[in-house]
Write a protein that binds this ligand. Sequence first.
Ligand SMILES: [Zn+2]
Length: 241
Amino acid sequence: MPNDQPIGRRGLLRAGLVVGGLFAGTAAAGTAVHAQSVPSSSGTTTPDKRPATPDQAWARLREGNRRWVAGTSTHPHQDAARRAEVAQKQDPFAVVFSCIDSRVAPELVFDTGLGDLFVLRTAGQTIDPLVTGSAEYGPAELGTPLVVVLGHQRCGAVTAAAESLHDHKKLPGELSTIASSLRSSYKRSGGDVDKMIRIHTIDVVNQLKKDRLFTPRIAKGQLKVIGAYYSIDTGEVSRLA
Ligand SMILES: [Zn+2]
């Protein structure tokens, strides 16, 4: 399975090239503006200064999540003025890696808008070299200070993987690849799907923490990789690691 194979240099480069193409027009490495002045365009109370440190970035996400939980989202950075502002460059303050689940949209969960987040989504936030390359882009090229791996309650992908592994019944197509990458967390969960979701999320955090582009930035305090859990029932994001 692709997930089980070591990260090849060529694969990483290819991933980087693809990502560079996708995000062409971003600020060049080392020139990211960390405290840009953003005209308030939506009358929101959200401060416009971009969080520059990992802790500031997490605090911003938590503020947005509190609004989401309370039903008081301000939907910042979601108008034409913001679209124009980020048309030539982007400088997101966090990478959020979550599940494809339609109920776990990061921009909504954290009440953010255009140009605020790099968002990666795969079923069960499973990871492989291509996803890793996409996660690397923000921190390595733009100095994005935070990576959040976001698991969630009642994850269908993790549930399906757990059932497949329990019953020794292979899922069709590449869904089996997803189940394979969850095998380790399944074994340590004792069959408890919610526990498996949390274990897997922390596994992905630990994997990203070892990333060779991340480790120097983590050591300097410029980057944090954290794990979190989203409650579909309450909308609340709680930190796991
Ligand atoms: Zn899910």
